[in-house]
Design a protein around this ligand. Structure first.
Ligand code: ADP
Ligand code: ZN
Length: 731
C-alpha cells in the first residue's frame, strides 16, 4: 500500500522550539526518533545536561552536521499544538520582540503535560452535616464549597490549613465524600438552546449582528459599545450561544478575577452549566484539566484572565474582551503584551470573531473603528434605567478643614439617600489608610528601601506596605529616621481613612469597605458584593475594585472623593484614563428603576476632561483627544516602544541607555526618534534601578525589525537587563 507523504511529518529531523529560560530565540535542530516527528508534537529533548520540553516547529534546517545532531528523547502523549496556535505564537513573539521560547511558555502552562490521563481521588462535600462543628472542620467545608470540582487531599489540607486527620474524620461522618474521577473530565455541557432574556430593540439588533458574524465564520472584530447597564453582557452572550450551537468554542476575557464569580453565575443561568475558568487561583489539577479540555473540545467556553488566550483551543470561534479599555489587560511583567491586541491576533489566526465590549473604548479601538478595521455596534440606552445625572462639587468653595475629604454637599446627598433606603458609594482610587507617612519632627517620609515608592499605611493590617513590590513592615511607633516617638502622621486619604471619616460623619450608617487587600479570597469578596447588592450596607466605600462591572440595584449616589487624582502626572494617557474611570464609577449609580446621581469632588471644575465627563460628551472628548494625539504623532496615530533597562546600580544602567541612544542608526533609517534615557515610570523596583528609552515611529514604519537591529548592537550582560515594551501603557 502506498501512502501519500504527510507534509507535516518529519521523518529525519526537525526544528524544535525548546522551552528554556535562556534567551534562545530560534528553534533548534534535533534528530527524529524512529517513527519520525509530526509538526506541533510535544517532545522531550536534551539541552546541555538537562531534559526540556519542546514543540516540533518545522523541518530541520540541515545546518547542523548529521553526526552532531542530538536526538529527541521521547514524544509526549499530548495532542500536537495546532498550526494556527504555532503561527500565532510566532507572530506574537515577533510583534512583542519576545524570544519564541518565552512566548511558547505562556501556551504550555499545563502541569503533567504528556502524562497519560489517570483516575484520581477527589474530596467533595458529603450529604451529612458533621456531628460537631469546629473551626478546622468549617474551613474544610468552606474550601470544598469554593472549589469547582472537588479537591485532592493535598489541595484540601492546604486550602483549609488542616491536617489529613481532620478530613478523614469528616469522611467517617459522611460530611465529606471521596470520589474517583478521571483526571481530565470534560466540563458539563452548556446548552445554547436555552432562551436568553427577551431583548430590547437595539439589543436585539446588536445581538443579531454578532450572531450573523459568528454564523458566517472567519475573523472579524466588532466594538460593542454601550453605557454600563445597557446589556452588553446580555448581548454578547447571544453571540456565545451562536458559537456554541455551531460546536465551536468561546473565550471570554474579564479584566478582574473578582468579577469572575458573578459572571459564572450569569453563564450558568443562561446556559444551564458553568464554563471552564482560567486564572491564577486554579489548582494544578484544575489547570491541567482546563488546558487538556480546551484542546480536546471538552470545554465549550472558557472564562478567564488574559493568559487564557494562550490555551490550545480545538476550534475557537469567538473571543469576547469585556471592558476592553481596561489597563489590566496589559501584562507588565515577564512577557509584555496587551491581551486585547493579542486576542485579535489570536482570533485572526483561528478564524474567530472578536467582540470588544466597553462603555468607554480605548483610543486605540476608536481609531481602528474609524479606520474601518473594526465594526461598531452601539447600545444607546440603559436597560430599564437612565444614566446618572453628573454634577461637580467645587471643592474650592467647600472650605473643608484639613484631614477631611467628604464635603458638606456630598454628605447631605448621602444622608438623603440613606434616609430613602438607598445606597451611596464613596469612591477613592487609593488603597490603604494614607498614601504618605511623615514624621512631624524631622519631615522624614517613610519609603520602600527597594523601590522608588513611599510606604502606604494599612491600618487594618497595622503595617506599612509598598504598593510597588508588596513588601511591608509593621507600622513603627517611632520615626525610623530621628527616633522620635509618636511623631508619625498620616498624610492624605486612602480608602481606610475615608471609611473612618464616613463612620464618624454617619454614625448610624452601615458601612462596607471594598478594597482588594481587605479580602482574603475571591469568594469572601463575592459574598460581600452579594450582601451589598441585597441591601446589607448603606454606604459602600471602595477603590477601583467597585468601578468594574458589579450591579448594585439599590445604589443611587456615587461620590467621587478626588476626581482630579488621575489628571495629574506626566502620563499622556491621564485624560483618557480619568475619563474612563469616572464614567465607569458613575455608571454604578442608578442601575435599576431608581435614577442615580454622580457627584465629582474637584478643584478644577473647568478642566476640559472634567467638563467632558460632566457633559457626557463622549464623542466630543474622543475627538479632542484623538486630534491632540494625531497632532503629536502619538499612539494610536504613531507607534511607541519602550526599552526598559535595569540593574542594581544606577550608573551602568544609565551608561547602557546612553550607548543605545548613540547607536540609533537603524532607527533613524526608518525615520524613528529615540527619547531618553530617562528614569522609567517606576524608577526603582525591588532594588533595581530602571531607565527607559522611548522610540517613536510613524504608524506604518517597520518598527520591530529596526528595533531588533538596534538592540543587537549592544551587549547586555547580567546583572543588567533589557526588556522591550511595545505599545507601552504610559507615555
Ligand atoms: P452591561 O454589560 O452593558 O453593563 P448587563 O448586560 O450587565 O449590561 O445588563 C445590566 C443589567 O440589566 C443586568 O442585570 C441584566 O441582567 C439586565 N438586563 C439587560 N438587558 C436585559 C433584558 N433584555 N431583559 C432583562 N434584563 C436585562
Ligand atoms: Zn517596594
Amino acid at each position: 500500500m502506498s501512502k501519500a507523504p504527510i507534509p507535516d511529518a518529519f521523518p529525519e529531523g526537525a526544528r524544535i522550539a525548546v522551552l528554556t529560560t535562556q534567551p534562545l530565540g530560534r528553534p533548534l535542530d534535533y534528530r527524529a526518533p524512529a517513527g519520525g516527528l509530526r509538526a506541533g508534537a510535544f517532545v522531550e529533548v536534551p539541552l546541555g545536561p538537562r531534559k526540556v520540553l519542546g514543540v516540533v516547529w518545522g523541518p530541520g534546517t540541515g545546518e547542523v552536521a548529521a553526526g552532531k545532531l542530538r536526538s529527541v528523547l521521547r514524544v509526549l502523549d499530548a495532542a500536537p499544538m495546532r498550526p494556527e496556535l504555532r503561527a500565532f505564537l510566532e507572530r506574537a513573539a515577533d510583534y512583542t520582540l519576545t524570544p519564541l521560547p518565552a512566548m511558547l511558555r505562556l501556551a504550555t502552562r499545563a502541569p503533567g503535560l504528556g502524562d497519560p490521563p489517570a483516575m484520581r481521588r477527589l474530596f467533595v462535600a458529603g450529604e451529612r452535616a458533621p456531628t460537631r462543628m469546629t473551626d478546622a472542620r468549617a474551613r474544610v467545608l468552606d474550601a470544598l464549597e469554593a472549589a469547582t470540582s472537588g479537591l485532592t487531599l493535598a489541595e484540601l489540607t492546604e486550602a483549609a490549613g488542616v491536617s489529613a486527620s481532620v478530613v478523614k474524620g469528616l469522611v467517617a461522618q459522611g460530611a465529606v465524600a471521596e470520589i474517583e474521577t478521571p483526571r481530565d473530565a470534560p466540563f458539563p455541557r452548556l446548552d445554547p438552546e436555552v432562551r436568553g432574556k427577551p431583548l430590547s430593540a437595539d439589543q436585539a439588533a446588536a445581538a443579531e449582528a454578532l450572531r450573523a458574524g459568528v454564523a458566517a465564520g472567519g475573523y472579524a472584530t466588532t466594538l460593542l459599545k454601550g453605557v454600563t447597564g445597557s446589556g452588553k453582557t446580555e448581548v454578547y452572550l447571544e453571540a456565545v450561544a451562536e458559537c456554541l450551537a455551531r460546536g465551536r468554542q468561546a473565550l471570554v476575557l474579564l479584566p478582574e478575577i473578582a468579577l469572575t464569580a458573578e459572571f459564572l453565575d450569569r453563564v450558568e443561568a443562561r446556559f444551564g452549566a458553568r464554563p471552564a475558568e482560567w486564572h491564577s487561583g486554579l489548582t494544578m489539577t484544575e489547570r491541567r484539566r482546563v488546558w487538556r479540555m480546551t484542546g480536546e473540545g471538552g470545554a465549550q467556553m472558557v472564562v478567564g484572565a488574559r493568559s487564557a488566550l494562550f490555551l490550545p483551543f480545538a476550534d475557537l470561534g469567538l473571543v469576547i474582551v469585556d471592558e476592553e479599555h481596561d489597563s489590566s489587560y496589559k501584562q507588565e511583567e515577564g512577557v509584555l503584551y496587551n491581551a486585547r491586541d493579542m486576542s485579535v491576533l489570536r482570533a485572526a489566526h483561528a478564524g474567530a470573531q472578536v467582540v470588544l465590549a466597553s462603555a468607554t473604548p480605548s483610543l486605540e479601538t476608536w481609531a481602528n473603528v474609524e479606520a474601518g478595521k473594526y465594526d461598531r455596534l452601539e447600545l444607546a440606552a440603559r436597560f430599564g434605567a437612565v444614566l446618572p445625572e453628573m454634577r461637580a462639587i467645587d471643592m474650592r468653595a467647600e472650605g473643608l478643614p484639613a484631614g477631611r475629604w467628604i464635603s458638606e454637599t456630598l454628605a447631605r446627598a448621602v444622608e438623603t439617600r440613606i434616609a430613602a433606603g438607598e445606597q451611596a458609594l464613596l469612591f477613592i482610587n487609593r488603597r490603604g489608610y494614607a498614601p504618605v507617612t511623615l514624621c512631624r519632627a524631622c519631615g522624614h517620609q517613610i519609603a520602600c528601601p527597594d523601590c522608588d515608592a513611599r510606604l502606604v499605611e494599612h491600618r487594618f493590617l497595622k503595617r506599612l506596605v509598598c504598593h510597588q513590590c508588596g513588601e511591608s513592615i509593621p507600622t513603627p511607633a517611632a520615626c525610623p529616621e530621628c527616633g522620635k516617638e509618636e511623631s508619625l502622621a498620616a498624610i492624605g486619604p486612602g480608602v481606610e481613612r475615608l471609611a473612618e471619616e464616613a463612620q464618624a460623619r454617619f454614625p448610624e450608617a452601615r458601612l462596607a469597605v471594598l478594597s482588594s487587600d481587605l479580602f482574603a479570597s475571591a469568594r469572601a469578596l463575592k459574598a460581600e458584593i452579594a450582601a451589598i447588592a441585597e441591601g446589607g450596607a448603606d454606604i459602600v466605600i471602595g477603590t477601583q475594585l467597585v468601578a468594574k462591572g458589579h450591579n448594585f440595584p439599590l445604589l443611587t449616589l456615587v461620590g467621587v472623593i478626588d476626581a482630579d487624582l488621575a489628571l495629574h502626572g506626566s502620563d499622556l494617557r491621564a485624560a483618557e484614563r480619568t475619563f474612563q474611570l469616572m464614567r465607569q464609577v458613575a455608571g454604578r449609580a442608578g442601575r435599576k428603576e431608581k435614577p442615580g446621581v454622580a457627584m465629582l469632588q474637584t478643584h478644577q471644575p473647568d478642566h476640559p476632561v472634567i467638563r467632558a465627563i460632566l457633559a457626557g460628551d463622549e464623542e466630543g472628548f474622543w475627538r479632542a483627544e484623538a486630534a491632540a494625539r494625531q497632532a503629536t504623532g502619538m499612539p494610536p496615530y504613531g507607534r511607541l516602544a519602550g526599552i526598559i533597562l535595569s540593574g542594581p546600580e544606577p550608573e551602568p544602567v544609565f551608561q547602557l541607555g546612553q550607548a543605545l541612544a548613540r547607536a540609533d542608526g537603524p532607527l533613524r533609517r526608518i525615520g524613528a526618534e529615540v527619547w531618553g534615557p530617562a528614569p522609567a515610570p517606576i524608577a526603582r523596583i525591588r532594588g533595581r534601578h530602571r531607565v527607559r528609552l522611548l522610540v517613536k515611529a510613524a504608524k506604518g514604519a517597520p518598527l520591530q525589525p529596526a528595533l531588533s537591529e538596534w538592540l543587537a548592537q549592544v551587549e547586555v550582560k547580567a546583572p543588567l537587563r533589557l526588556a522591550v515594551d511595545i505599545d507601552p501603557q504610559s507615555f
